[in-house]
Design a protein around this ligand. Structure first.
Ligand code: SF4
Length: 270
């Protein structure tokens, strides 16, 4: 990879950030600090002749007092929602133009996550594929379409409103290989912070690398799918990755995933 200029790096960071904000449903850039607002500059004072009377331009009415803002009332829920969103933005900012592992050398875009920061249901996959890397968004390729189908047709939920989706590593492993241990270790602190920002009611681990990362041991996904565990105090369901379903598109596997999702729906019930 050629040496990047500071400008190139800044532009890449800005692009990543804007993609992230768009993905959070924002149509404008939030400011973390209030801009210094000043009243518009007055017209230049007319020049008074020495010893002369003030001109009309100098006899200005005193500026009207600025009314105090109405106290803002916000429910705890609204504040929590804002907190989740703001915290996710902070985590994304902390990640920056990350070079903490070697996946940074081959990625096009960091794929941070997408969906509702206040979702009750969080899906965690293993890593971005080629389509995700190109678009900077998770689960937008064939496996993503399968996941959307599971969420919308199988669970009767809305992907954007009811779920948040991310991966254990935010950059594409070349050739879609499994992420390596040191790559997972480098990226995992950001995943943990995402989970803590969202605080979902249920997490679903999609596939073996995700399940193994979240449980800290090697998971035999074909044996352990459909079983409940816990991650950071949150109920964790293990199931097949949608890419596995596409590869082994059997009635048995499809049924298995839908059974797992039914269990999730039971826990999500209000
Ligand atoms: S995979 Fe994670 S730790 Fe590695 S470069 Fe990408 S964002 Fe950084």
């Amino acid at each position: 990879m050629g040496v990047e200029t500071e400008r190139t790096v800044l532009l890449r960071q800005l692009k990543d950030y804007l993609v992230f904000l768009r993905d959070q449903g924002m149509d404008r850039v939030p400011l973390t600090q209030a801009l210094e607002t000043r009243p518009p500059a007055p017209n230049p004072a007319p020049v008074r002749p020495p010893g002369g009377e003030p001109t009309d331009g100098e006899r200005r009415p005193a500026p009207a007092p600025i009314p105090s803002p109405e106290p803002v009332s916000a429910t705890t829920e609204t504040m929590n929602q804002t907190d989740a969103s703001s915290r996710l933005i902070e985590v994304r900012n902390e990640l920056g133009d990350c070079t903490r592992c070697k996946l940074s050398a081959t990625r096009q875009n960091i794929v941070f996550g997408s969906g509702n920061p206040n979702a009750k249901l969080l899906f965690i996959g293993e890593g971005p594929g080629a389509d995700e890397d190109a678009q900077g968004l998770p689960f937008v390729g064939r496996a993503g379409k399968k996941l959307t189908e599971i969420i919308e047709k199988g669970m009767h939920l809305n992907r954007e409103q009811d779920t948040y989706i991310c991966n254990i590593v935010k950059c594409r492993p070349p050739g879609n290989r499994d992420p390596e241990a040191e790559e997972i270790d480098a990226c995992k602190p950001f995943l943990i912070e995402q989970v803590r920002a969202i605080r979902p009611k249920v997490i679903v681990a999609l596939g073996k690398p995700s399940a193994s990362t979240l449980l800290g041991r090697t998971v035999a996904i074909t044996k352990e799918r459909g079983t409940w565990h816990e991650f950071d105090g949150i109920p964790l369901m293990l199931t097949f990755h949608p890419a596995y379903l596409l590869r082994f598109y059997t009635l048995e596997n499809r049924r298995a995933v839908m059974e797992d999702m039914q269990k999730v729906l039971e826990v999500l019930k209000p």
